[in-house]
Ligand binder design. Structure first.
Ligand code: ZN
Ligand code: ZN
Length: 372
């Protein structure tokens, strides 16, 4: 685990009690197939036994659409909460979140979000990875993408905390991280906005497709697109961390890990806090390989497999077919959209609409947040 003091209470992390707590929590959170990954992530979490025990994990009863904890909810229709029942034209396939947003979480998240804290980036990135293994099969996703900040907000803050989380999540799961969106409309902070309806309205058309972004395995791309994306991600990390501490070198190892992963195209990363993954990644990615014999051709018109993609090893059939028709993926691409918190879902929904408008409505957008 990173560091010897708990990010939450400042207490000692290494105590005899901790191993038992980690095992019990990992067992409760996982299926047999995800236990090794979740155990290792919890083991690496820079938190003490008491703080791990006190984490308000969302239990088994949650809204199947938005991931809300439903234990205290009096209303449910077919497993959905009252808000989700009302929602028409839902662009998100589903949202899942790890923790209920309670007072301790509010204080800690604001430390990370507004004042910056490098250890909290590791803490929250690890929690997000636990959520990914708990609720999803990470290898099924074509890529991870984030909710972008508006350029002016990014300049004020110096970093986008969600990009730091994405870097951790990408390392822990082996899913490539791609900045697919840009923010074209400056919106008030959510805390200053009114109710659900006004949040939805303020988020309308707030995002646009990031020109030049490449969806791994599917999108039209340049031969150097992978390097460009990697440089983009690395520069985001560097800017964020430099802003926080003005000390690049203390964190050089974590950056160079990301660099190594991107250069090599390896999905099985070796560095902490990353659990080793098995070949499920490769097998599952092979399921998204283009297949000229299936699917709705018009719906896939935006996809054009890039023979220079790093996924080429898993896509034996990347050459254009003899008749020059566009090869089609066998299954719709799944994108994992991440944010730190799902409040009303209006931001994530707006991002999902933009992604589907560009990629076609067959693409499936799943979202994942730490808090709900
Ligand atoms: Zn603690
Ligand atoms: Zn719901």
């Amino acid at each position: 685990m990173r560091g010897s003091t708990c990010v939450s209470c400042g207490g000692r992390v290494n105590t005899p009690k901790r191993e038992g707590v980690v095992r019990a929590r990992a067992s409760w959170l996982s299926r047999p197939v995800s236990y090794p990954a979740i155990y290792r992530l919890l083991h690496d979490l820079p938190a003490c036994a008491s703080c791990i025990e006190a984490l308000p994990f969302i239990g088994e009863q949650f809204c199947r659409q938005c991931g809300r904890d439903m234990r205290a909810e009096p209303y449910s229709s077919e497993g959905r909460c009252r808000d989700c029942v009302r929602e028409v034209d839902e662009p998100l396939k589903e949202n899942r979140s790890l923790l209920r947003y309670e007072q301790d979480g509010k204080s800690l998240l604001s430390l990370f979000k507004y004042r910056g804290d490098e250890r909290l980036a590791g803490y929250y990135g690890t929690l997000l990875a636990i959520a990914a293994f708990r609720f999803y099969t990470p290898s099924r996703f074509a890529c991870i993408t984030t909710v972008p900040l508006h350029a002016r907000r990014l300049q004020e803050r110096g970093f986008n905390q969600v990009d730091l989380l994405a870097a951790y999540l990408g390392s822990a799961t082996g899913i490539p991280v791609r900045p697919l969106l840009t923010r074209i409309k400056e919106t008030e902070k959510l805390s200053k906005q009114g109710g659900r309806a006004s949040r939805q309205e303020s988020m309308r058309e707030a995002f646009a497709w990031n020109e030049g972004a490449v969806l791994p395995g599917f999108a039209r791309g340049r031969s150097d697109s992978r390097g460009a994306d990697h440089r983009n991600l690395t520069s985001i990390l560097a800017a964020g961390i430099h802003f926080l501490f003005g000390n690049w070198f203390s964190l050089r190892s974590s950056i160079s890990h990301t660099s190594h992963e991107a250069k090599s195209g390896e999905r099985d990363s070796q560095a902490n806090p990353v659990p080793k993954l098995d070949n499920r990644n490769r097998a599952a990615h092979a399921n998204t390989a283009p297949n000229s014999n299936s699917g709705d051709r018009a719906a896939y018109a935006n996809f054009n497999p890039n023979p220079n993609s790093h996924d080429r090893a898993t896509q034996p059939n990347t050459a254009p077919p003899p008749n020059n028709r566009i090869p089609l993926p066998a299954t719709p691409p799944k994108i994992l959209l991440i944010d730190d918190i799902y409040t009303t879902g209006s931001t994530l929904r707006s991002c999902a609409r933009t992604l589907r408008a560009h990629l076609g409505t067959v693409c499936e957008i799943y979202s994942l947040t730490i808090y709900r």
